[in-house]
Design a protein around this ligand. Structure first.
Ligand code: DUC
Ligand code: ZN
Ligand code: ZN
Ligand code: ZN
Length: 461
């Protein structure tokens, strides 16, 4: 049966207007004033915004890390994402040296297929860029529809790749029409600083931040940009946390380079002082890059407002405090890096961004959905509300105030880094390709209904 959403305010990256939205099957088939339809289920959205479903371009679900595995898998993670207003995620498929890319992709499909409740794509990690890997990439991009490749410049002896790997990946990506992503921190320098800290007996969580200084992020960001210019390629810097990195990206974009940047809710709202919480609670706030001094937050907000940064990803990478984060008691290097954010990314950006006037309502949609669809080859099927687009729609009540808490969130993890934070606005219902996943704040989705998205090649937006 068709669905007719009546009385809501449609918000896209470009427009805000009152209209009815008609859905037939998986797609939006009409948008207009007082649509006259007799054979449709009517959904009353009066007083609500209709947003395109959120797209989270950066998640790690069911990911092994530091001898443990993330607390959320593709089922719990995508369910929580849907509760928060996200209808598409792009997860990072890990690879290791010597493994074929196809074997790695198969492993990630086994984690996701039959479990995801919303649509998903993969980015592919490049661990080494030898001739065989560069050859295999042709099939990955053209047939698997994986059109973004991630290179880690940090995590020495684990994920870190050298500059040769990054440079060759940039060249090959340009040939194939893929976008290269970097985790930009100088892993060699960080490795030195960590050894020095441990030798001095500096083992508390705060030293995680002190051994990963902003300069190490700025340097790696600048280096990745220089290599991108040399390769005449395209670059997306994930999880930008500080002014040093924003400056490099701003300069690059001013020069007309094909360089983009993402930040995350934690860098926009939390700061380094959280790492000093007593009773080892600082471990809950261990991300890489680390939380920064508070003044960086306004730099990041204005970079989003001015288009220097284009997206906000969650970097969802959840570990329980009990039994996982506490592996690092007495040695901060053993704290698994990351936090649970997949559910609150969209809501925090609405409340702290659009509601507080730091960004416009249309920018909120652009940053949480449209830009990711464009950069990662899914637009206009995803990322907007338009005739012909997938009916991925969030019905959002802006009038409600609520408090974030681990006691009410839906992620499979025992704490929430935003515990007690009051946010404006609430997701009421969520449709994924025309089917309810969340209906009146209740989960009604089905594991396995999420579909793998074969994405188009990179095109400069
Ligand atoms: N940073 C994190 O905090 N977690 C996962 C990986 C990463 O780069
Ligand atoms: Zn990273
Ligand atoms: Zn990440
Ligand atoms: Zn307020």
């Amino acid at each position: 049966m068709k669905k007719l959403i009546q009385g809501g305010t449609v918000v896209t990256a470009a427009d805000t207007y009152q209209a009815d939205v008609l859905i037939d099957g998986e797609s939006v088939v009409a948008i207009g004033q007082k649509l006259d339809v007799t054979d449709a289920e009517v959904i009353d959205a009066s007083g609500c915004y209709l947003f395109p479903g959120g797209i989270d371009p950066h998640t790690h679900l069911d990911m092994p890390f530091g001898g443990t595995t993330t607390a959320d898998d593709f089922e719990t993670g995508t369910r929580a994402a849907a509760f928060g207003g996200t209808t598409t995620i792009i997860d990072f498929c890990l690879t290791s040296k010597g493994q074929t890319l196809n074997d790695a992709i198969k492993i990630w499909h086994a984690k996701a297929d039959h479990k995801a409740v919303i649509d998903y794509g993969f980015h592919l990690m490049i661990a080494e860029a030898n001739d065989s890997v560069l050859q295999q990439l042709e099939q990955v991009v053209n047939e698997e529809g994986i059109t973004s490749l991630k290179v880690f410049m940090a995590y020495k002896n684990v994920f870190q790749a050298d500059d040769e790997t990054l440079f060759k990946t940039l060249i090959r990506a340009k040939e194939l029409g893929a976008l290269v992503q970097v985790h930009a921190e100088n892993g060699d320098v960080i490795d030195y600083l960590i050894k020095e800290a441990l030798e001095k007996g500096n083992t508390d969580p705060i030293y995680h931040a002190h051994t990963r200084p902003p300069v190490a992020e700025g340097e790696a960001t600048g280096r990745a940009i220089a290599l991108t210019a040399l390769a005449d390629s395209q670059l997306y810097v994930v999880h930008v946390s500080c002014s040093e990195a924003v400056q490099r990206i701003a300069e690059a974009r001013e020069r007309g380079l094909n360089v983009y940047g993402e930040t995350c809710p934690q860098y926009l709202t939390l700061d380094i002082t959280s790492l000093e919480k007593p009773d080892f609670e600082g471990a809950k706030y261990v991300w890489s890059p680390p939380l920064r001094e508070k003044w960086n937050q306004e730099v990041l907000w204005s970079a989003l407002k001015n288009g220097i940064l284009q997206t906000v990803g969650s970097d969802q990478c959840s570990f329980n405090f009990a039994g996982q984060k506490d592996l690092g008691k007495g040695d901060f290097t053993k704290i698994p890096n990351g936090g649970p954010l997949i559910e609150d990314r969209f809501g925090i950006l609405y409340s702290e961004g659009a509601h507080k006037g730091r960004i416009s309502l249309n920018q909120f949609v652009d940053i949480t959905s449209t830009k990711s669809a464009k950069l990662f080859g899914m637009f206009p099927k995803k990322g907007t509300i338009a005739v012909g687009s997938d009916a991925d729609i969030v019905i959002f009540n802006p009038e409600v105030t609520r408090t974030i808490s681990a006691t009410t969130h839906h992620m499979n993890v025992d704490y929430n880094p935003f515990e007690g934070m009051e946010v404006h606005g609430e997701v009421v219902s969520v449709l994924s390709r025309g089917t309810y996943v969340i209906r009146d704040k209740q989960f009604v989705g089905t594991a396995g209904n999420g579909r793998f998205i074969r994405r188009n090649k990179f095109k400069r937006p």
